[in-house]
Design a protein around this ligand. Structure first.
Ligand code: ADP
Ligand code: ASP
Ligand code: MG
Length: 449
């Protein structure tokens, strides 16, 4: 049985981090680890900037980003190999960088950045980081194999946010990957990237390496999916926003999925679903403090608390729609949601009154098209720069007075929408984005301190 170990960008950000990650892989060798890596911290951002610069004809800006990436990987290599970088490591890094330059030249010539080209560019970060890390592991005596995730991570063609084909992934993993995994050796592969049926490179969306890890875990029936990052597990709130937040020892799959969907960046929103289906525990751990606290996410949690954690997500836009014709409530809702469905806009929080409904949509939703279409059926009011604050806990449904306590804690902060999620483990509040942090701090104080 294998174990998936995913290291995020900050866990492989430089040579010192890679050494630490390497040590953790070495310790885990008896568990036949599949190591799923992100790009070196912030490399993906640099690749996005390079792509945009190239498509706008800003040649020297694109060049600067590529040089920066090249320098960063070469400097880390020099440090990892104590100045004596093997020729084949140089050659593999140079090959990925060369591919990157050629794709950027194409984008620059055409003045066009298609989602397909952007994915081909963005994927270089993971190809580079895994090349370096696998070579480093080999240099410290780990029996190790570099594996191109695109050979098994089959997806559809929605470049930029591709949907994996789980049955194809399972079949291809059995054919190409499973036999490489064995106690005593490590296989190193890329998170975030995949390929569609015609072989073009795709990505699973920003932060998608967590999702890759969980997909690989399910495909291989691993015993555990470990997410190694820069915090000691999932906290009661983002510790950057609420310094008093603390690590939660145990979470249920449902709670983790809600938290991720409502903004807890520590997990990509889709991470939990493959693990749920395969009933594989997911743990979230701190790479630099491997013996410290961590979180285990499994089917059910035995914890008895009412509120498990808070998350905040913004900016979002609120659309309030009120009926102009005297449509009955059900006809009105049907007409409105038909528009969202047709335009492919997903809505998060919904609250309804007799002939009015408010919904939240992502900031990048096509607001003008939405307005035009919705005005056929409704009066439309649009409020941008809002945030969703979510209170999550398995026992919310059994506990009275949570909403009252939450509103009490927020005092003068105006809550514009309030909604209990249909699974009854998430109470969402929508408010002015400027007040999001303040709201999270006050709610944290009320429920946890
Ligand atoms: P990685 O590069 O390892 O994927 P991310 O930056 O994507 O790491 O996620 C880790 C970060 O998520 C933490 O540094 C933390 O600030 C943030 N975060 C947001 N919400 C939470 C939470 N509830 N618990 C822990 N971390 C959180
Ligand atoms: N490197 C990708 C990103 O920065 C994927 C990941 O790190 O999870 O979005
Ligand atoms: Mg992440």
């Amino acid at each position: 049985m294998s174990r998936v170990m995913k290291f995020g960008g900050s866990s492989v950000a430089d040579a010192a981090c890679m050494r630490q990650a390497g040590e953790l892989v070495r310790r885990a060798l008896p568990h036949a680890p599949l190591v799923v890596l992100s790009a070196m911290g912030k490399s993906t951002d640099a690749l996005f900037r390079a792509a945009r610069a190239a498509s706008n004809g800003r040649h020297s800006d694109a060049r600067r980003e590529v040089d920066g990436l090249a320098e960063r990987h070469r400097a880390s290599a020099a440090e990892l190999f104590a100045g004596d970088v093997p020729a084949e490591v140089h050659a593999s890094l140079a090959q990925h960088l060369g591919d990157l330059e050629r794709i950027l030249q194409g984008v620059e010539l055409l003045h066009e950045l298609s989602p397909r080209s952007l994915d081909a560019i963005a994927a270089r970060g993971e190809l580079l980081s895994t090349t370096l890390f696998a070579a480093y592991l080999a240099s410290i005596g780990v029996d190790c194999d570099w594996f191109d995730a695109r050979g098994v991570m089959r997806t559809d063609e929605r470049f930029g946010a591709a949907t994996p084909d789980a049955p194809a992934l399972a079949r291809l993993s059995r054919e190409k990957l499973a036999a490489r995994l064995a106690p005593g050796r490590a296989v190193v592969t890329q998170g975030y990237i995949g390929a569609c049926a015609d072989g073009a490179t795709t990505t699973l969306g920003r932060g998608g390496s967590d999702y890759s890890a969980s997909l690989f875990g399910a495909a291989l029936a691993s015993d555990e999916v470990q997410i190694w990052t820069d915090v000691e597990g999932v906290f009661t709130c983002d510790p950057r926003v609420v310094p008093q937040a603390r690590s939660i020892p145990e979470l249920s799959f449902a709670e983790a999925a809600e938290l991720a969907a409502f903004g807890a960046k520590v997990l990509h929103p889709s991470t939990i679903q493959p693990a749920v289906e395969a009933r594989i525990p997911v743990t979230v751990r701190h790479t630099q403090r491997p013996d410290g606290r961590f979180t285990t996410i499994r089917e059910r949690s035995a914890a008895t608390r009412t509120v498990t954690a808070l998350a905040g997500r913004g900016p979002v836009t609120v659309l309030t729609l009120s009926s102009t014709r005297m449509l009955d409530a059900s006809g009105f809702l049907a007409r409105i949601f038909e528009v969202f469905g047709r335009l492919g806009v997903s809505v998060d929080v919904v609250s309804t009154a007799e002939v009015a409904v408010s919904v939240t949509v992502e900031r990048d939703a096509p607001l003008e098209t939405l307005r035009r279409e919705l005005e056929q059926v409704a009066r439309v009011e649009i409020r941008p720069e809002r945030a969703i604050v979510a209170i999550v806990g398995e026992r919310l449904r059994e506990t009275r007075g949570i909403a009252a306590r939450a509103l009490g804690a927020l005092e003068d902060i105006d809550v514009e929408m309030i909604s209990m999620g249909a699974n009854e483990i998430n109470l969402s509040l929508v408010l002015d984005r400027q007040r999001e942090r303040d709201a999270l701090r006050r709610l944290h104080a009320a429920f946890f301190e």
